[in-house]
Write a protein that binds this ligand. Structure first.
Ligand code: HEM
Length: 415
């Protein structure tokens, strides 16, 4: 069915959850309950858990859990196929975030299939292109330096609150044209929405975010500026202004896609650096290779997943999927496919270049990918020039947050 993003309606598609809601066509031999994103084994060490899926599970299996039963893809090749074939694997109704059915909207562009999808990306893609984000280099560097000034001389910090969260969130607010004093509030909303695993908390966070964003859009409509919110609010593809629902759904999805992902990525990388100080020195010694270094770190520490809905019956690796089935590509597991990345858990800055799946591929490949790469690069350069060696604070246990963006909750560091 072709949807009309200007006039959104809640999807009729059911979301099956738990052992009593397994469709009859799912072969019994492929049903699992692996505890992805929430189970104790996953939370003990998420990336090791996802790498081991290649030894423990079939390449495609059907995971049953309390949140959403779905096919799971872990092979790099299968994910490339699913993500590059939206005619079979649709994004309509594919995100897990709850919305008020009486005031429904689509998350744009993530819930829109081609060909409609392109008109939305055209509005903001130039700002997020490699050239577009290079304009931000000086600003990001300055924000990183300002943060480091506050704690580099103290010999310790809680990385998450001192650097990992504030850096990407303040850069995001700059780009969006939103005020810096909203930084900590934005972080909390993102945590509640993406990590609470509780529909009531998620719903409450969504209401608060919605109210703030609606007000921000109204202000930008009245008083345009150079920020992304204003650009979306005033966009008129093919001469037709976006409707209120389209503007809102676009801006709110940037909030969801652009905040927590960079922050979780930094947390994962800094934990690994703290545990492997000789690799800090290696990065410092190879400034000319910084782009390859960032790419390998993004492969090794990718943080999220791609959800789709089967649009028409399809067979993948002999597994028959039916229209309406939900499918998740476990992107970190795909980045650990040993057939594509031998010795996949090893961080090897000299790996032959292959397509990494941290930002997905295909029409929905991450709009903020170039920005995220630049942020990780600048964060590494600025941090290591001031704090070249550091360790996890002795006696502190690292815990991971449950949810769809994978990373440690807190990261206490000393140097
Ligand atoms: C390291 C940081 C990031 C990671 C790992 C990441 C990952 C991803 C992934 C995997 C997708 C595809 C999801 C799917 O296929 O269902 C995606 C889409 C998207 N991301 Fe990111 N992202 C990051 C940073 C950002 C930033 C900084 C922004 C914006 C400021 C952003 C905006 C978006 C948007 C708008 C989409 C939807 C694209 C579309 O549907 O066409 N992301 N991201």
């Amino acid at each position: 069915m072709t949807i009309d993003p200007a006039h959104p309606v809640p999807p009729v598609l059911p979301r099956y959850a738990g052992p009593n809601q397994i469709p009859p066509h799912i072969p019994k031999g492929l049903i699992r309950s692996i505890g992805l994103t929430t189970g104790a084994e996953f939370l003990a060490s998420p990336h090791d858990f996802m790498a081991k899926l290649h030894e423990k599970q079939p390449p495609i299996f059907y995971d049953v859990n309390d949140f959403c039963n779905a096919w799971q893809i872990i092979k790099h090749e299968d994910a490339l196929f699913a993500l590059r074939h939206p005619e079979y694997f649709s994004n309509e109704g594919a995100t897990p975030f709850p919305r008020d059915p009486d005031d429904y909207f689509y998350f744009i562009p993530i819930e829109i299939d081609p060909p409609q999808h392109r008109k939305y990306r055209n509005i903001v893609d130039p700002l997020f292109s490699p050239q577009g984000v290079l304009r931000l280099e000086g600003l990001i560097r300055q924000r990183a330096r300002d943060l480091l000034d506050q704690f580099a001389g103290t010999g310790e910090c809680e990385f998450t609150t001192a650097f990992g969260r504030p850096l990407p969130v303040s850069v995001f607010l700059d780009i969006m044209g939103l005020p810096q004093d909203m930084r900590d509030t934005f972080v909390q909303w993102a945590v509640d929405l993406l990590h609470s695993q509780d529909r009531e908390t998620m719903g409450k966070a969504m209401r608060l975010i919605s109210a703030y964003i609606k007000q921000a859009i109204a202000e930008k409509r009245a008083k345009p500026d150079d920020g992304v919110v204003s650009r979306i609010a005033h966009a008129a593809p093919d001469g037709i202004p976006l409707s209120d629902k389209e503007v809102f759904g676009f801006v709110i999805f940037l909030f969801i896609g652009g905040l927590d992902t960079v922050f979780a990525t930094l947390n994962n990388i800094w934990l690994w650096l703290a545990q492997n100080p000789e690799r800090c020195q290696e990065i410092i010694n190879r400034p000319q290779d910084i782009n390859a270094i960032v790419e390998e770190l993004l492969r090794r520490w990718s943080v999220t997943f791609s959800g789709r809905v089967v649009a028409k019956d399809v067979e993948l690796r002999g597994v028959k999927m039916k229209a309406g089935d939900r499918v998740t590509s476990i992107l970190p597991a795909c980045n650990f496919d040993p057939e594509v990345f031998p010795d996949p858990l090893k961080v090897d800055f000299d790996r032959p270049r292959k397509t990494i799946l941290a930002f997905t591929v295909g029409v929905h490949s991450c709009m903020g990918g170039h920005l995220a790469r630049l942020e990780v690069k600048i964060a590494l350069q600025e941090w290591l020039s001031r704090i070249p060696q550091f360790a996890v604070k002795p006696g502190r246990k690292i815990e991971y947050r449950p949810g769809g963006v994978v990373g440690p909750k807190y990261l206490p560091l000393v140097w």
